[in-house]
Design a protein around this ligand. Structure first.
Ligand code: SF4
Length: 290
């Protein structure tokens, strides 16, 4: 990937961003890639020389790297920080870097530091559950020690003291989020399924056949919603409903309003969160329909 510096930022930031590239060691696939869309992983591989990112778009990545560096430098007895583990499954070398493993008499407590948003802490984040359960699988397979619990150590970059007290709002900018630990058999089945999806995509890429499409979850597709608009102010929704019937019922009881259907938009594809969208036929086909 080419890193550009469109805003002429200082050399210190340029060097840091160049040196902070992720090193997955000698593995074919990482735990993070396993949970991601096989289509994205293949398109990234194929177009890695053409991909471009400006340093100004790498702020959160730089902050995340800096945060990991700080925690890695702190030594706590009984806690292993930033350990990359490797294993093999069906001929694949799988690796995962685990931020924190606290050894307790009855098992290992796994933790992952996230520089994240308040929204992420307040809402369900299935990716956190997948990622930490793959780590738990890796730790148990490699170390033969049971995993006791999983946690996200969330640093909320947009936390505001004035919002404390609102329903579900984190009480502090640094909070621990407990993540459900699956039974080992469920973790194993999940890893097997993800590996198969990636192996199939690898075969498709080698043969030049069409890659499987990204799922709505891969695309961070929002649900279809129904907005009731006041006719005198069509730029902003008055009320938004998940159900068309409820929106129509509300509109029937109101005056001078229009109900508009907001399609289920693929947020990741449309808002430049997916760096391979320019090479993606699925994106092009679906975009014509939107
Ligand atoms: S643009 Fe959308 S559909 Fe295409 S690879 Fe990215 S997330 Fe998947």
């Amino acid at each position: 990937m080419r890193v550009t510096n469109k805003f002429n930022l200082p050399e210190t930031i340029v060097r840091f961003s160049q040196n902070s590239h992720y090193d997955s060691g000698k593995s074919n696939i990482t735990c993070t890639q396993l949970i991601d869309s096989p289509r994205i992983v293949q398109l990234r591989k194929k177009h890695k020389e053409e991909l471009e990112q400006d340093i100004s778009d790498m702020l959160w990545m730089i902050m995340g790297t800096a945060m990991h560096g700080i925690f890695e430098s702190v030594k706590v007895e009984g806690t292993i920080t930033e350990e990359r583990l490797f294993t093999q499954l069906h001929g694949w070398d799988i690796s995962g870097a685990i931020d924190s493993q606290r050894m307790e008499p009855d098992g290992i407590v796994i933790g992952d530091y996230k520089f994240t948003s308040v929204w992420a802490v307040m809402n369900d984040k299935p990716d956190w559950e997948y990622q930490l359960n793959i780590y738990a699988w890796l730790v148990e397979v490699v170390k033969k020690i049971p995993v006791k619990s999983l946690h996200i150590y969330a640093m909320c970059r947009d936390w505001q003291r004035r919002d404390v007290g609102k329903e579900g709002y984190p009480t502090a900018p640094l909070v621990t989020v407990d993540v459900p630990l699956w039974p080992l058999a469920q973790r194993q089945a999940y890893v097997e399924a993800r590996l198969k999806a990636h192996a199939d995509a690898d075969t498709d890429a080698t043969l030049g056949t069409a890659l499987a499409k990204c799922s709505p979850d891969d695309q961070w597709r929002r649900k279809e919603t129904f907005a009731v608009m006041r006719n005198k102010n069509m730029s902003r929704a008055w009320r938004v409903f998940d159900s068309h019937d409820l929106a129509l019922k509300f509109a029937a009881e109101s005056k001078d309003v229009t109900v508009i259907t907001r399609p289920a938009e693929p947020i990741r594809c449309k808002n430049n969160f997916c760096r391979v969208s320019q090479f993606c036929t699925q994106y092009k086909e679906e975009n014509e329909l939107l």
